[in-house]
Write a protein that binds this ligand. Structure first.
Ligand SMILES: Cc1ncc(COP(=O)(O)O)c(C=O)c1O
Length: 374
C-alpha cells in the first residue's frame, strides 16, 4: 500500500504489486487461451517497468516510429500498426519490427517489397463495420471510419504475402463484445482467416477489470483455435495492463470562493488528465464522495487559464487547505501518456512504489518545457 505522504506533489505513482496482479491475469489468458498478449504502448508506456512486463507478456505494439523504438527496448516481439506509414520512416520501423499491420492495400503495395525483404510478418487491418462502443470518439468501426479495410474495399488479389489479419473494434469492453465483433468478422472475412498465420484481435479488452469475464474470453479463444487450427491469436490491450495500477498525487494550492468553494490544485486536468475532459468522465478521488454527501464540498480545478480545467465537484469529511493532498485514482494508463505542457503548468513527476518503498524516476523542469518549443 502506497504511503502517499512520502510521494512528492504532483506525481504519477505506479504500484508495482498492482501491475504484477494485472500481468498475472493477462498471463493466464496467454496460457489457457493459447494466445499471445502484447502491450499497446499508446495506453501504457511506463518504460521503467518494461522489464517486469516482459517477464509476462510477449512484447509490445507500437503505432509510430517513436513507439516502435520504445517497444524494441522491451526486448521481445515488436508489432506495429498505424493508420499510415511515412516513406522516410519505414526502413527504421522495419528494422525493429517482428510484425507490421497495414491499414490499407495501397500502403501494403507501397511497402510490400521492403517488408518482405526484411522478413517481417505483414498483416492487413480489417474493419468489421460493427462495434458496441457507444462514444463516437472511441469507436474505430463507426461509419466512415478510416481504421481498417471494409468488406467492400477488401482486395483478395493483393493478399499474396500477407500473413495476418488485424481488427480493433472494442473500447473498455467485456468478452461478450468481443464475441459479437468476432461473429461479424467471420461473416465478412471468414474465408480469408484460415489462409493466415496470425489473427490480431486488437485492444479494448478490459481483462483486468474486476467484472471482466476471463473464463468467457478463454473459451472464445479456444473455440477460435478449434475452428481455425494453427492460427496464432494476438491480443494487444493497453488499458488493461495499466488498469488501476496507480494514482496522480496532487495538492491544493489555494481555495477561492465564487458561490461555491473551489480548490485550485497544482496540476491541470486539461494537461495532466486530458481523458477526463475528452471522454468526458469524472475521475475518482481517494476519500471523497459525490457533492454534499460528506460535510465539505469543493470543486476541484486545475492551475491553467482554461475555464473548463475542472475535475468535478467532490465532498470530503474534513475541510481542504493549501497543502491538502488530492489523489486521483487510476491515472497510469493513457493519462500519463497523453499529458502536455499547456500553460507551462509543472508537469507531474513520475515515480514507482516497490516493495522497499517509493522511487522517484523523473522530475520535469524548465529545460523539458522549453525543449518542446522553439
Ligand atoms: C489498434 C489498437 N490496438 C490496441 C489498442 C489498445 O486499446 P486498449 O488500450 O483500449 O486496450 C488500441 C487503442 O486505441 C488500438 O487502436
Amino acid at each position: 500500500m502506497i504511503d502517499y505522504s512520502v510521494v512528492p506533489s504532483p506525481c504519477y505513482v505506479l504500484e508495482e504489486k498492482r501491475l504484477v496482479r494485472n500481468l498475472e491475469i493477462l498471463n493466464r489468458v496467454q496460457r489457457e487461451g493459447k494466445a499471445k498478449v502484447i502491450c499497446a504502448l499508446k495506453g501504457f508506456s511506463f518504460w521503467n517497468v518494461f522489464p517486469l512486463v516482459a517477464e509476462y507478456l510477449n512484447g509490445a505494439t507500437a503505432s509510430s516510429l517513436n513507439e516502435t523504438l520504445l517497444a524494441k527496448e522491451m526486448g521481445r516481439e515488436v508489432h506495429v500498426c498505424a493508420p499510415a506509414y511515412r516513406a522516410n520512416e519505414i526502413e527504421q520501423i522495419l528494422s525493429c519490427a517482428s510484425h507490421i499491420t497495414f491499414n490499407s492495400f495501397s500502403q501494403w503495395n507501397l511497402f510490400k517489397k521492403e517488408t518482405l525483404k526484411k522478413g517481417i510478418s505483414p498483416g492487413i487491418r480489417i474493419n468489421p463495420e460493427f462495434s458496441t462502443v457507444e462514444v463516437d470518439l472511441y469507436n474505430p468501426a463507426g461509419r466512415y471510419s478510416r481504421l481498417g479495410v471494409t468488406k467492400a474495399e477488401f482486395k483478395p488479389e493483393f493478399l499474396e504475402g500477407i500473413e495476418g489479419l488485424h481488427f480493433h473494434a472494442l473500447c473498455e469492453q467485456n468478452a461478450d463484445a468481443l464475441e459479437a465483433v468476432l461473429e461479424k468478422i467471420e461473416a465478412n472475412f471468414g474465408e480469408w482467416i484460415s489462409k493466415m498465420k496470425w489473427m490480431n484481435f486488437g485492444g479494448g479488452h478490459h481483462i483486468t477489470r474486476a467484472d471482466y469475464d476471463v473464463e468467457k474470453l478463454i473459451s472464445i479463444l479456444n473455440n477460435f483455435h478449434k475452428k481455425y487450427p494453427g492460427i496464432e491469436i494476438i491480443l494487444e490491450p493497453g488499458e488493461a495492463v495499466g488498469w488501476q495500477t496507480g494514482e496522480l498525487v496532487s495538492s491544493v494550492l489555494d481555495i477561492v470562493h465564487n458561490e461555491i468553494d473551489i480548490a485550485i490544485l497544482d496540476i491541470s486536468v486539461s494537461a495532466h488528465m486530458p481523458d477526463c475532459l475528452e471522454m468526458p468522465y469524472r475521475p475518482m478521488v481517494m476519500g471523497s464522495d459525490l457533492p454534499s454527501v460528506k460535510a465539505h464540498t469543493y470543486r476541484l480545478a486545475g492551475n491553467s487559464c482554461l475555464a473548463g480545467d475542472i475535475a468535478g465537484d467532490y465532498s470530503f469529511d474534513e475541510p481542504l487547505h493549501p497543502g491538502s493532498k488530492i489523489i486521483f485514482m487510476d491515472m497510469i494508463h493513457y493519462t500519463m501518456v497523453k499529458t502536455t505542457f499547456f500553460n507551462g503548468v509543472k508537469h507531474p513527476s513520475i515515480g514507482v512504489w516497490k516493495a522497499d518503498g517509493f522511487h522517484l524516476l523523473k522530475e520535469f523542469d524548465y529545460e523539458q518545457f522549453r525543449g518542446k518549443l522553439s
